[in-house]
Design a protein around this ligand. Structure first.
Ligand code: HEC
Length: 138
């Protein structure tokens, strides 16, 4: 016969122990629920203002084209068209734009845009990059 420790034999000790476990479990469950309350929504990346968007479009059209081609279909750098970027994670593209790719000619643009804006640019590239607005620059 295996030895049952005294505190686990039926009786007041075991009742107290079980109650304690149960309370603990309920406590943890409640704490877990409380912590989990603000459901981890997908991190919303704010879109830049309309004005900033056209500045970013101009920047990409003028500065990225020198390596990625005027139509972004590739040159020294690879094509960054929707077809070429299909299936590539936006966050990874955003961090390439923001921080560059060390060891390659791809420079980082963190002096020119924020990470959120880099994410917006990556999103536009993946969806088909807008043309520069015809409106004269202010
Ligand atoms: C000096 C040349 C150069 C300029 C300017 C440049 N790139 Fe690049 N870019 C590259 C090269 C080269 C690579 C490929 C790096 C590698 O080998 O992984 C690259 C890679 C990328 C990638 C990743 C593509 C992929 O399929 O993984 C993105 C996105 C990108 N560039 C966006 C931009 C944007 C947006 C700009 C302008 C803000 C820009 N690049 C300006 C040279 C350049």
């Amino acid at each position: 016969m295996t030895h049952i420790p005294r505190f686990f034999r039926p009786g007041p000790w075991r009742a107290a122990l079980l109650r304690c476990c149960l309370l603990g479990w309920v406590g943890w469950a409640a704490a877990g629920a409380a912590l989990a309350q603000p459901a981890p929504a997908p991190v919303p990346v704010p879109a830049p203002s309309a004005e900033r968007q056209s500045a970013l479009v101009r920047m990409v059209r003028q500065d990225c084209g020198s390596c990625h081609g005027m139509r972004l279909t590739g040159g020294l750098g690879p094509a960054i068209t929707p077809q070429a970027l299909e299936g590539k994670p936006l966050l990874s593209m955003a961090s390439t734009i923001y921080g560059g790719r060390p060891g390659t000619p791809m420079p980082g643009w963190s002096a020119m845009l924020t990470l959120e804006e880099a994410h917006w640019v990556a999103q536009q590239l993946a969806e088909g990059f807008p043309e520069e607005s015809r409106r004269p620059a202010r």
